[in-house]
Design a protein around this ligand. Sequence first.
Ligand code: NAI
Length: 305
Amino acid sequence: MTISYEGQVAIVTGAGNGLGRSHALELAKRGAKVVVNDLGGARDGSGASSDAAQEVVRLIEEAGGEAFAHGANVAKFDEVQDMVQQAMDKWGRVDILINNAGILRDKSFAKMDLADFQLVMDVHVMGTVNCTKAVWDIMREQNYGRIVVTTSSSGMYGNFGQSNYGAAKMAVLGFMNTLVLEGAKNNIHVNALAPTAGTRMTEDLMPPEIYNMLTAESVTAGALTLCHKDSPTRMILCAGAGGYASTRLFETDGIFLPEAQQTPEQVLENWEGVCDTSNQSELESGAKQSEKFLTKAMAYVQSQQ
Ligand code: NAI
């Protein structure tokens, strides 16, 4: 089976460098028309330049593909809307959105300015929200859409010096979980990619031999499985150095305590039962948790009658 994107239109944010560049090149190679978005700033988000995005467009066109560059700052909704409008004017649809643009402003929380926290949230969280909002109605109307958010192991598990980045990367998963539910009836699938790659974002964090194993292309192979027509939805796919895994959120079955025992002492006393993973499950929405607790409470009430 060959995965093709022939006839599809894709927007890849932050596609001038690193992972976004690799995603854009591979999508174009497989037939997609691509909007190569990039603000062209430095790793910390300062500055702007269209050079990197233009170079990616040049490479796509040289290989016989179709693309245009757009310098929208994803944190600014009006600029994002302009980008999406240009894609609609040129190609009439948007099938794929890969929310990839990102920056770093690392510091321990004690030393971090709130401005550095806010900027990282603006680019990763509001950037993802803005781009998704700008394509959402289009995808709903065409009854088709594939959206990828880019999370990180730093968000899912924590990383020293990245409280801002970690908060932002976990936030996009919360965003995904609800959009999965709201997009389902219009065939909109939303998935998350958790990459590990040697890019300018990580180059000073690892020795060259490791950096060279962590290719962007190995991550892109995973990214493309999240945005093709038979893609899953609500998947968190981790990819790096040729390794592919899925992070999943499970909840233990838990315990029920009758009213007289609903005290901190009793909760602690039953900690083993609270944490027992033997009957854990994946919940498909928040309501399923309330349902589980209420089922246990009702069973108790009935047992007392
Ligand atoms: P990169 O720094 O090589 O590329 C990011 C691109 O986003 C740059 O071209 C930059 O100009 C663009 N960008 C930044 N702010 C923007 C804005 N406001 N509007 C439009 N474009 C903007 O970084 P890399 O490594 O390719 O990262 C891509 C994504 O993957 C990011 O979301 C990052 O957080 C995530 N990630 C990367 C990991 C890695 O190991 N490289 C690990 C986990 C997540």
